[in-house]
Design a protein around this ligand. Structure first.
Ligand code: UDX
Length: 457
């Protein structure tokens, strides 16, 4: 099939590359010529495992092209995917101006029947909006259909998520149109839901909002666990084994970030409110998520002895909003570092791949080449993103290079007992703080015990 994908962000690029890998002829279009030039030279605009290799393979085989010429790409396409950005507005609503621009471009190029697919995450009703924009702007009375086919890929596992999705959602005006997309996705052999356009649009937002709610629920439970002497990691394990609940997205931590959950929850809330429903459950999800980093920051202050952090050095491990990505959008490191700097602390930070993206935000902090460089001389080590390489740090080595044995773990990556045995004061999320075992170490200051507590089971 001849396919045009408009927008070479996460969704557009990965979708285009995967369709070409399935044997289709794909042209990925973007109005940013620098991005297209880069892609034509094999330079990826995003970090995504496996992407570069897949692009190179399909470009070499002649099935994948990158272009700024939207008109030419749409003209020869049978199916056009709109996968442009849908940024949030101040009031939480979704800015559809890029979708509108793309639809106008499609309208101008419309030369034969085409299926126009909304891949961008858009509020319910956008299918009708796109249809209207094309109707108004088309130059010829050529027929077309608009389909909703939301994307569920996660950054860091985008290729696998696209090749092996849990489900493929196709919202089409009728069965014949749905069959065109069904044909395209058939090689993946995954479960498909064929429904109307509005329901497909709602599936995307409702799914993201539900996952965000699971995370906020786990975080709320964690906050009680801390007071009640329970261990949230054990609690969610026990909950998750109930197949009606499921174990995924119950990891308590600093809350959800990234380009999707924060934006999509606010957008769904806005949509609900425009329909006269206040969606208190979703409001609570959002509020809990906003409170979570604030609670963690309070813990940092309590452990370091107050609001004035002048003269203290804090090592921050992890900058990206989650592991395996360099994406800093709504990353919790932004809240943590902003607060530390405002309170006068010296900040040293390390992330395996997101440092370059962080430099423009925090040009004056020190960036280490690894976790130990950041820990050296630090009065506290703060885990913000749970990269695998942080899970296996050598505590003895940390103890010997840190100024004070204090770890604040925003992602529960360590076993409290192990950290404690190494003489560290350890604060995590939803688990009781254990007093450190006092070791006979000369130079290193053991942290002042916080709260003597029952060790977790
Ligand atoms: C998400 C959805 O998963 C995906 O289906 C959608 O298409 C886009 O949005 P993504 O933003 O890439 O994907 O990341 P995801 O892995 O879902 O994590 C989102 C955030 O939730 C991260 O900040 C992560 O740290 C946090 N999270 C996730 C938790 O705090 N706890 C969890 O249990 C799971």
């Amino acid at each position: 099939m001849n396919i045009c994908v408009i927008g070479t962000g996460y969704v557009g690029l990965v979708t285009g590359v995967v369709f070409s890998d399935l044997g289709n002829d794909v042209v990925c279009v973007d109005k940013l010529s620098a991005k297209i030039d880069g892609l034509n030279k094999g330079v990826m605009p995003i970090y995504e495992p496996g992407l570069e290799e897949m692009v190179a393979r399909n470009v070499a085989d002649g099935r994948l092209q990158f272009s700024t010429d939207l008109e030419a790409a749409v003209t020869k396409a049978e199916v056009v995917f709109i996968a442009v950005g849908t940024p949030p507005r101040e009031d939480g609503s979704t800015d559809l101006s890029y979708v509108e621009d793309a639809a106008k471009g499609v309208a101008r190029a419309l030369n034969s029947y085409k299926v126009i697919v909304n891949k961008s995450t858009v509020p319910v009703g956008t299918g009708d909006f796109v249809r209207q924009v094309i109707m108004t702007n088309r130059r010829r009375a050529v027929d077309f259909d608009v389909v909703s086919n939301p994307e569920f890929l996660r950054e860091g596992s985008a290729i696998t998520d696209t090749l092996v999705p849990d489900r493929i959602v196709i919202g089409a005006p009728n069965r014949v149109v749905a069959m065109r997309l069904l044909e395209l996705y058939a090689p993946l052999e995954r479960p498909m839901i064929i429904t109307d356009v509005a329901s497909a649009e709602m599936i995307k937002y409702a799914s993201n909002a539900f996952l965000a709610t699971k995370i906020s629920f786990a975080n709320a439970v964690a906050n009680i666990c801390e007071e009640a002497g329970a261990d949230v990691t054990q609690v969610v394990k026990g909950m998750g084994l109930d197949s009606r609940i499921g174990a995924a997205f119950l990891s308590a931590g600093l809350g959800y970030g990234g380009s999707c959950f924060p934006k999509d929850t606010r957008s769904l809330l806005h949509t609900a409110q425009t329909f006269g429903y206040d969606f208190p459950l979703l409001k609570a999800t959002i509020e809990t998520n906003e409170e979570q980093p604030r609670r963690f920051i309070r813990k940092i202050h309590d452990a370091l002895g107050g609001d004035d952090l002048k003269g203290l050095t804090v090592g921050v491990l992890g900058l990206a909003f989650k592991p395996n990505t360099d994406d800093m959008r709504e990353a919790k490191s932004l809240d943590v570092i902003t607060d530390l700097l405002a309170c006068g602390a010296t900040v040293k930070a390390y992330d395996p791949i997101a440092i370059e993206n962080t430099r423009s935000v925090f040009p004056h902090i020190t960036y280490g080449a690894n976790a130990y460089e950041v820990a050296a001389g630090a009065d506290a080590l703060v885990v913000v993103t749970e990269w695998n390489e942080f899970k296996t740090l050598n505590f003895e080595r940390l103890a010997s290079i840190m100024n004070r044995r204090l770890i604040l773990d925003g992602r529960n990556i360590y076993d409290p007992e192990t950290v404690r045995r190494n003489g560290f004061e350890y604060h995590s999320i939803g688990r009781v703080t254990l007093a450190p075992v006092t070791l006979p170490s000369g130079a290193v200051k053991a942290a002042a015990p916080q709260k003597e507590a029952v060790p977790s089971v």
